[in-house]
Structures are given as C-alpha cells and as structure tokens.
Design a protein. Structure first.
Length: 391
C-alpha cells in the first residue's frame, strides 16, 4: 500500500513568536463578560493602590482607567467594522488592561500625583489609536539606487519596485493605496518577496479573492515576478492558487528568469524558503550552479536568513522581507521581535555585505492570529530601486 506523502513541518511552527501568536489568539474565544470582569477587577485593584491618597484620587484614577480601557476596546472593535483590519480585539484588551493595571498600581503605591496616572492613560489611548488606525496605513515609498559595473551607464536607469508581505485579509485602504502608487510610479519591473495572505486567513476563500483582485492589477512592462513566503503562512500550493490564471505575473518556485533590458540582463532567482537553514543554504548552492554567466544576479527570497551565503555565492542584489522591521519598535530599543533566524542582524533596510547588496523591506501588511494589527515607529513601505551602470 502506498504511504501518504510526508508533510514537512515549518521550523517556525515551534518558534516562541508563533507559539505566542497561537496562544494569544485563543483568548478571542473568551466571552465578553469575562473580559469585562477582568477590567472591573483591575479597576478595584487600582482603587486599592490609590486608597492611601484619599477619595478624590481614587475616583480619578479608577475613572480614568475605566474610560481609557473602554476607549481602547472600542478602537479595536471598530477596526474590522470599518474595513481597516481584521484582528482579534480581546487578546490586546486583556494584555493592555494588565499593563495599565501595573502602571497605575505602581503610581498609586508610590503616592505619585494623580494627574500623572491620567496622562499615562491618555498617552496609552493615543498610542493604540495611532498604531492601529494611522501608522499601518501610512504606506511610504523608500527610494534606493544601485550602481553596478554590470549595467550600461548610457542606458536609462532600470526602475524596479520591491513589494513584500502584503498579508491580506480583505481589501483595505492600504491595498488600494498600494495599487494607486504602483500605477503612479510606473516601474519597469515589479518583484514580490512573499506572504500574500495573513496567517489567520490561509485557507479563506474571501481572502484569496481579495489577493487576486489586488495582485491582478500589478503591471510592469518587463514583468512582475513573485516568490512564496513562509510555508506556515502560505504553502506553495496555496500560492499557486493565488496566482493561477493571472498572466500579468510569474511565480518563480526555485527558478531563474532572465529579463533582457536596455541596460543589460537582469537574472532573477526565486527561491522557496523552508526556514530550515541547512536546506535553504544547500538550495541556493544548487541553483547557483545554473546561474547565467553574465548580467546582474537578483535573488528573491522571503527572509534575509541566507544573506552571508548569497554574498559568498556572488549574488548582486538580494531582496527580501519577512521581518516586518519588527512591526513594533521602541525608541532606543528597536524591534521587540524578529522572526529571522539571524535575529535583528538584518531586521530592516539596506546592508552592504561586499558583493551583495541586501534590502529587507518592512513590508505592507501585518502579522496575524493573536497579534494586534498594529505598527509603531515602523510604517509599511515599498521600495523603488534605480539600477544604474558605471561602465
């Protein structure tokens, strides 16, 4: 009897970040009354912490807390109802209620002026509003120039647009802005570095329809080239469904595509990531055995994890995403989380490695499951490259 095919497990499935996303997402199944009970108990504890300062500070501190946490909950509940994002509200409300409880309790026990507690709550509400309603939709264009002797200096610069991590749930204002920008920029080539869908919507037919609606509009005279993202988010077969029948773009599952341009040949290598470092390194080595002899070698792979090996292999330009730049960054601290095997080494932006220029894009979309659909000090981006020659 034939044995069923072995299904390979994405190593990220057992990572601390993924475990946190899964476990926090389960909190969404808690009834609303339970969340309300947590808020009431938190308010009582805050009142206890402030009780040594008299009745008025207790009323102000607990009242400010209740108003603040209810406003935060309302902001999160309204996101899907207004078509902006579709994450769970209860995990974030529970987490923030605990954070605010600790802050207010410390201030009360330290006999701080009550106005400080009110300011802290106001700032927290403002941060939640900004990070969920404003910054995730501040899609910007980063502009980069690559100057290389492999390109004809007399030819006009090649305009290459790098897009990553759209993580779609539904079509939102962010995706509409993305497609408007693409039309306005009129790039010669578009490349997409994976994660079409949100982890919460991998097998959602409505999300698939939304993806096809958006990527079906991508147009560039020299082509649109894509690779799949994290297998845990979108197995290759799902990505094939997303792009099936869309003749405006080409999926490169461990393939080379040679694009002839006025400035020279652009050799695009698309790799399917496994997140098994040994396998991904070996795959790059095998594919480089079939690399074209001349032209600019561009690697598209979802994460930046094999950047050192790409540099040794002679890749000229390595474009990737996956990290989202951390998505939530704190002043003086930077990214709180990184899903890269290399940590924060190549968390976002441009890196010169010698032979290879690497760019890790912050991406367009947001993490799924229990993660808040939020960005802070890490706005979404697309990257417009101009490739110029020196000879």
């Amino acid at each position: 009897m034939a044995q069923p095919p072995t299904v390979e497990v994405d190593p990220l499935e057992h990572s601390p970040l993924h475990t946190l996303l899964v476990q926090s997402n389960r909190l969404q199944s808690l009834p609303a009354w339970f969340v309300g009970l947590v808020i009431v108990v938190s308010a009582w504890l805050i009142a206890t912490a402030w009780s040594g300062q008299g009745d008025l500070p207790v009323v102000i501190a607990t009242g400010a807390y209740l108003i603040g946490i209810v406003l935060i909950w309302a902001l999160l509940v309204l996101l899907p109802r207004t078509g902006r994002s579709y994450g769970p509200d209860r995990p974030s409300v529970l987490a923030l209620s605990v954070v605010l409880l600790l802050l207010q309790a410390v201030l009360g026990l330290a006999a701080a002026p009550v106005w400080i507690g009110v300011v802290v709550l106001a700032v927290m509400v403002a941060v939640v509003y900004y990070s969920t309603w404003i910054e995730p939709f501040r899609l910007g264009i980063s502009r980069e120039i690559l100057i290389t002797p492999k390109w004809d200096r007399q030819s006009p610069p090649l305009r290459l647009l790098q897009i990553g991590d759209i993580h779609m749930e539904r079509v939102t204002p962010r995706e509409r802005d993305l497609n408007r920008m693409i039309k306005e920029l009129q790039p010669d080539v578009i490349v997409f570095t994976g994660d079409f869908v949100n982890l919460s919507n991998t097998h959602d037919p409505a999300a698939e329809a939304a993806i096809r609606e958006v990527i079906g509009q991508w147009q560039a005279p020299l082509g649109v080239y894509c690779v799949s993202g994290t297998p845990l988010v979108e197995p290759l077969e799902r990505v094939k469904s997303f792009v099936h029948g869309l003749d405006n773009l080409a999926l490169l599952p461990n393939e080379w595509a040679c694009v002839e341009t006025p400035g020279g040949r652009l050799n695009i290598l698309g790799l399917v990531v496994t997140h098994d470092m040994d396998k991904d390194r070996a795959l790059l080595g095998r594919m480089m055995q079939h690399a074209p002899d001349d032209g600019l070698h561009l690697l598209l792979m979802h994460p930046p994890d094999i950047a050192p090996e790409a540099n040794e292999a002679g890749i000229d330009l390595y474009l990737c995403g996956h990290t989202h730049g951390g998505q939530i960054r704190l002043p003086g601290v930077g990214a709180l989380f990184s899903s890269s095997h290399l940590g924060n080494r190549f968390i976002m932006g441009r890196y010169e490695l010698g032979t290879t220029t690497l760019y890790t894009a912050r991406g367009v979309g947001l993490e799924g499951l229990g993660a808040p659909r939020a960005r802070f000090l890490c706005p979404p981006e697309i990257v417009l490259w101009e490739i110029k020659g020196t000879s």
